[in-house]
Design a protein around this ligand. Structure first.
Ligand SMILES: [Zn+2]
Length: 406
């Protein structure tokens, strides 16, 4: 098989292989793609609905959290106040004497015609004004400082809210605030006067908070945790890429089979190519050898130039040859003068028949190659084979090889 045919075969198998794989993939995937796309979409919709409700929950939760966080900031005071309130029945508010003082710290040249006003929970303050202070709710303090100008007054305002600390019920409180009155127009625009305002609250009457009855409540509530916002699900999480997830085993087997198939094709192709090359090489060699032989044959025939091989090798005329091409002369022994004798168990050959009871006739040219050594008593040393015999044998072999009649 030549290489091209082999490659064609491989190509054919390769195409069949690809078609098989594609067909399997197509028939496996097609029902899934629509079905699973639908499923993925439904799944996504469900998750999206969950997300929406989670988002709504989150919005409620964050609102709740903000309330609770604010509560947390004031919870200890409120808790504490409630405790006190139960024990002493303080009511919602208490009367306090409020004193407010204004101290000019620095005047950036905005004038000196100041007037002041302040109120707590709407009640305006002057010296030692008796005001109602809320015990469980915020109190609002408003302060206004005005510098009177001919055209437009310079005003500094501040609104503060505070919870009254009930552990100061019998001591009262002193709070300081910094207020700036600013000039917004005219020569001194941007300049300001800085005031330190001090609010003093004194109890109107003392409350007997004896230590054995006065228990400060413990603050147990922990800081509320901020709810986390749910994440918008992405369609990416519900793609059809999970189609195969349920079929991993099936696909693994398919892939292994396909791989084995592919390996087999590759091995087959490799084997075929090697075989084809070997065959080609063999044919080429045979062709070469044949040509060579033709040349040699022509040369051989030319060399013989019509003589017989026997004549060409100058074989003596009294020599004839046995069927094994062993020479024999006209001496009356079996191989003529080339006859020697061996015994069945001996290791020597003999010229003389019966020497050391050797009486099996043997050809002289064969004894050495069969491992026999000459008998010291009856054998002269055995010389080389005669040149004509060696030539004759070589020529015979060559004639046989080149298919020339001898
Ligand atoms: Zn002998």
């Amino acid at each position: 098989m030549d290489v091209n045919r082999c490659l064609k075969k491989v190509l054919k198998y390769g195409v069949i292989y690809c078609i098989c794989i594609l067909a399997v993939a197509y028939f496996r995937i097609r029902p899934y793609t629509t079905e699973r796309r639908e499923a993925a979409r439904n799944e996504y919709n469900i998750v999206y609905l969950n997300y929406e409700s989670a988002l709504a929950d989150y919005e409620d939760a964050i609102e709740d959290y903000q309330k609770r966080a604010k509560q947390f900031e004031t919870a200890s005071i409120i808790d504490y106040n409630k405790n006190v309130s139960k024990k002493y029945d303080l009511g919602e508010s208490i009367e306090m004497r409020a004193t407010i003082s204004y101290n000019l710290i620095r005047n950036g040249g905005i004038g000196n015609d100041f007037s002041y006003s302040a109120n707590i929970n709407g009640s305006s303050l002057s010296n030692r004004t008796q005001v109602k202070i809320n015990l469980f709710r915020n109190n609002t303090l408003q302060i206004t400082i005005t510098e009177h100008d001919p055209s437009i007054d310079d005003v500094g305002e501040k609104t503060e809210t505070f919870l009254f600390p009930l552990d100061r019920l019998n001591e009262g409180t002193i709070n300081s605030y910094t207020i700036y009155a600013r000039e917004t127009r005219g020569r001194g625009a941007g300049e300001s006067a800085e005031f330190n305002v001090t609010l003093t609250l004194e109890p109107v009457r003392k409350i007997d908070l004896t230590s054995n009855r006065y228990v400060k409540s413990k603050f147990t509530e922990s800081r509320p945790t901020k709810p986390t916002k749910p994440l918008l699900p992405t369609e990416k999480d519900f793609t059809i890429s999970d189609i195969f997830a349920n079929d991993v085993a099936f696909h693994t087997i398919c892939e292994i089979l396909a791989l084995i198939f592919l390996v087999r094709i590759v091995l087959f192709a490799r084997h075929s190519i090697i075989e084809a090359r070997r065959e080609q090489e063999r044919l080429r060699k045979m062709e070469q050898e044949k040509e060579q032989r033709e040349i040699e044959r022509a040369e051989f025939i030319k060399e013989l130039s019509g003589q017989s091989i026997r004549d060409f090798c100058k074989v003596p005329t009294n020599i004839s040859f046995t069927q094994d091409n062993l020479p024999k002369d006209n001496n009356n022994r079996i191989y003529g003068s080339y006859t020697v004798y061996i015994s069945r168990s001996g290791t020597k050959y003999h010229r003389k028949c019966g020497c050391s009871s050797a009486n099996i006739p043997y050809h002289l040219f064969r004894v050495q190659s069969r491992g026999y050594a000459p008998c010291a008593r009856c054998c002269p040393p055995n010389g080389d084979l005669p040149q004509w015999y060696r030539d004759y044998i070589a020529m015979l072999e060559k004639a046989k090889r080149l298919d020339v009649q001898s």
